[in-house]
Design a protein around this ligand. Structure first.
Ligand SMILES: Nc1ncnc2c1ncn2[C@@H]1O[C@H](COP(=O)(O)OP(=O)(O)O)[C@@H](O)[C@H]1O
Ligand SMILES: [Mg+2]
Length: 240
């Protein structure tokens, strides 16, 4: 089942001589359990596309359907954007954006409470989720006392808090070294495989693209799908 359908979505900033066509009309879809990468140089329109899908930035044209609901059709269709986002989309930023005076567990639990969970229930589920992300032992730490990789895992926990069908990550490994970045990517892969979320990860780091189901490339606002050779490991698994 397609969790995300993007049809002819384009975005132009400004008008007249100042106009910047950040995103040329593009179409693609992402299925349940699919892990997609979005590559492209700085300024190619990656964030513009992700923010449009997240109902944060209004596109100029096209149609966006998320989890069966058309949210944009040459204009917002009138869904309550905050409530919709909270239920359907988990967003992971380049910087973790955790609330500094809340512990790791409280940061995750807060998202659940905003979605209607009671305090105790949210606390319990947040702890469980941190366990899944292998940082339960850091549940009571403040963000400032966590490493970059740990902070990003808590941020992933926050994005997963309400079990959204769609997860969007904008350069989640940009602030991390290769080893920690690889771990975060492995975690996103696990989420797609085990929780069946549709995951789109923006990266400009080509070292990170192994193991994606689909790879898209943006170049000066033009989206294309890249054909990729199967990873050797996958090939052997299929053969064996
Ligand atoms: N709010 C804005 N106003 C005007 N131009 C913008 C705005 N946001 C992005 N742009 C322009 O749109 C293009 C794509 O930007 P962006 O989506 O941020 O690229 P990326 O995430 O790939 O680095 C760039 O030329 C950028 O300068
Ligand atoms: Mg960007």
């Amino acid at each position: 089942m397609a969790i995300l359908q993007v049809q002819d979505v384009g975005k132009t900033f400004g008008s007249g001589e100042q106009a910047v066509q950040a995103l040329k009309p593009c179409s693609f879809s992402v299925q349940e359990g699919e892990l997609a990468a979005l590559l492209g140089p700085s300024g190619s329109g990656k964030s513009t596309l992700l923010l449009s899908i997240s109902l944060i930035l209004e596109p100029t044209t096209g149609r966006i359907t998320i989890n069966g609901q058309t949210v944009y059709d040459n204009g917002w269709t009138g869904v309550d954007e905050r409530a919709f986002r909270r239920r359907n989309i988990g967003f992971i930023f380049q910087q973790h954006n955790l609330i500094p005076f809340l512990t790791a567990q409280e940061n995750v639990a807060l998202m659940m409470q905003l979605n209607g969970a009671g305090r105790r229930e949210a606390g319990r589920r947040a702890k469980e989720l941190l366990g899944y992300l292998e940082i339960a032992h850091r549940a009571d730490s403040l963000p400032a006392n966590l490493s970059g990789g740990e902070q990003q895992r808590v941020a992933i926990g926050r994005a997963l808090a309400n079990e959204p069908p769609l997860i969007l990550a904008d350069e989640p490994t940009a602030a991390l070294d290769t080893e920690r970045g690889t771990k975060v990517m492995a975690l996103l892969r696990k989420i797609a495989r085990e929780r069946r979320s549709a995951v789109i990860t923006v990266t400009h780091d080509h070292r990170m693209i192994a193991g994606f189901d689909t790879v898209y490339h943006l170049d000066d606002g033009r989206l294309s799908r890249m054909d990729q050779a199967p990873a050797p490991g996958l090939h052997q698994m299929a053969a064996g």
